[in-house]
Design a binder for this molecule. Structure first.
Ligand code: 5AD
Ligand code: SF4
Length: 479
């Protein structure tokens, strides 16, 4: 039986979930464990912190091990290989569940907003206990309660809303890092790039109120957070589509960014992602005048060909993109630009990829994420007749990648010999005598130091460039 679950968030649901987990604890004779595996972007990573917050509050011990008593996959569907990875994991989990009948398996996130994926799970992975979507995360306490309710034993609970009915403000979050945190400023996307599934699975664009965002930032700062990353599919359209008469409750993205940067205790602010068509001179000015706003801008290019950009519905031209990069660089010379590029969009030719390569050579990205076009059902581009020829795409992709890597390596090495400020994020995974810190421009530096510096800012001299990171030496007093 499918249950379309109308449960709500709230202290009562949380208490009921807590007592179910208490009963499980008695049955197992130990604290039950829960694990959330995240696929995809920063938005999903932040959602997972909220899901973990609920699980921890309900009484689970959170673990990284998929062997957990409650396992939740938070899925991504932006490209096809993400879908395949999930189904592989679900298949592998089947026999495990047979041997441990108390264990529960749940799936949520973007993939679950597509009916076809829910149907596939119902048919091929009937042992999944819970499926929910992106729009009803706030009902998770009630869903958790339902999964463990004795009367639902053996049922698959499915709870998907077609559209977001509200912005949730109340979920607790369990932060991966004590000293840095993502902060959602808006949800969804209305841009409808023709290759992209996001508008269909994350819904219409909606912004959180400025006062709510700033209150969250102040609470985080009081809790020891020094760095925040403002998150949205297109942060530059923050506050644009809001209820008539309520504009003052939002303001613009540059105003919000400045207010966050000026919050006492916040040492660094990042944001992600910016659509080039909406990036204003006002934003560039706010970055220039606040040295705690990171010197890094992720500005997805997707293609350098005007014809392909038009077919992608990106609403800028190659020249407009190049002139935007010039304006940014002339105002904030030390800023690092990174980008996303798709190769193999329907109708693309090698001459179009030459245009993309030309932009890479001229802008000199510090890093570029390159993707092979993935046909997503339900998007306009999926029905374009001239789908790409894989051999040609592979050749052009490799050509592009060679230029991306060469220019990126040169760009990354440019700061060698200089001194920069890092936020110390942890002990180096391969060499415990080293710490790993992140520069304002997002590059990593490994340098000798002791773990008491984790979560602090310090200056480091960048002694050696290692391709895409630096080796360094700490200078001055950390703060
Ligand atoms: N195929 C390949 N790449 C895609 N992206 C989004 N949709 C697709 C798709 N269908 C890429 C874009 C976007 C990044 C997050 O993922 O480059 O900026
Ligand atoms: Fe997808 Fe385009 Fe929206 Fe980015 S701006 S999420 S690529 S539709």
């Amino acid at each position: 039986m499918d249950t379309v679950f109308e449960g709500s968030m709230g202290p009562q649901a949380m208490r009921r979930a807590g007592s179910q987990i208490e009963a499980l604890k008695e049955r197992l004779g130990r604290t039950p464990t829960a694990c959330v595996i995240t696929f995809g972007c920063q938005m999903n990573a932040r959602d997972s912190e909220k899901l973990e917050g609920v699980l921890a509050e309900a009484g689970f011990a959170i673990t990284d091990s998929e062997d957990a008593d409650f396992l939740l996959y938070n899925t991504c569907t932006v490209r096809e290989n993400a879908d395949n990875r999930l189904f592989g994991r679900l298949g592998a989990r089947g026999s495990e569940l047979k041997h441990s009948p108390w264990k529960k398996l749940a799936v949520c996130g973007c993939m679950m907003q597509e009916q076809i994926n829910v149907e596939k799970i119902k048919k091929s992975y009937p042992y999944v206990d819970l499926i929910f979507g992106t729009h009803n995360l706030y009902t998770f306490p009630a869903l958790l309660d339902a999964v463990y309710a004795p009367e639902n034993e053996g049922e698959m609970i499915i709870s998907i809303l077609p559209e977001a009915d509200r912005i949730m403000e109340e979920l607790p979050a369990r932060r991966k890092y004590p000293f840095k945190s993502g902060v959602n400023i808006m949800f969804g996307c209305d841009n409808y790039c023709t290759y992209c599934i996001v508008p269909y699975v994350r819904g219409r664009e909606r912004s959180r109120k400025k006062a709510d965002i700033l209150a969250e930032v102040r609470t985080l700062a009081a809790d020891g957070v020094r760095e925040v990353m403002l998150l949205g599919q297109n942060v530059n359209s923050y506050g644009i589509k809001v209820p008539a008469g309520e504009e003052a409750d939002y303001g613009t993205f540059p105003e919000l960014l400045a207010a966050v940067a000026e919050t006492p205790g916040i040492g660094r602010v990042r944001f992600m992602t910016s659509h080039p068509k909406d990036l204003s001179d006002e934003l560039i000015e706010v970055i220039r005048t606040h040295d705690n706003i990171s010197r890094h801008l992720h500005l997805p290019l997707q293609s350098g060909s005007d014809e392909i950009l038009r077919r992608m519905n990106r609403r800028y031209t190659k020249e407009q993109y190049l002139s935007l990069c010039d304006r940014i660089r002339s105002s904030v010379p030390d800023i690092a630009l990174t980008t996303d590029i798709i190769v193999g969009f329907p109708g693309e030719t090698s001459a179009d990829v030459d245009e993309t390569i030309d932009v890479v050579r001229r802008v000199r990205f510090q890093n570029a994420f390159t993707f092979i076009y993935s046909r997503r059902n339900g998007t306009p581009a999926a029905s374009y007749p001239d789908q790409p020829e894989p051999e040609r795409v592979k050749r052009d992709f490799d050509r592009l990648l060679a230029v991306v890597q060469q220019t990126a390596r040169e760009e990354c090495g440019k700061s060698r010999g200089l001194t920069g400020t890092v936020m110390v994020e942890g002990v180096n995974e391969n060499d415990p005598s080293l710490l790993t810190g992140r520069l304002s421009d997002n590059l990593l530096v490994h340098f000798p130091g002791t773990p008491d510096l984790i979560g602090k800012f310090t200056d480091v001299e960048l002694t050696e460039a290692k391709g895409f990171y630096f080796l360094g030496k700490q200078v001055g007093t950390p703060w």
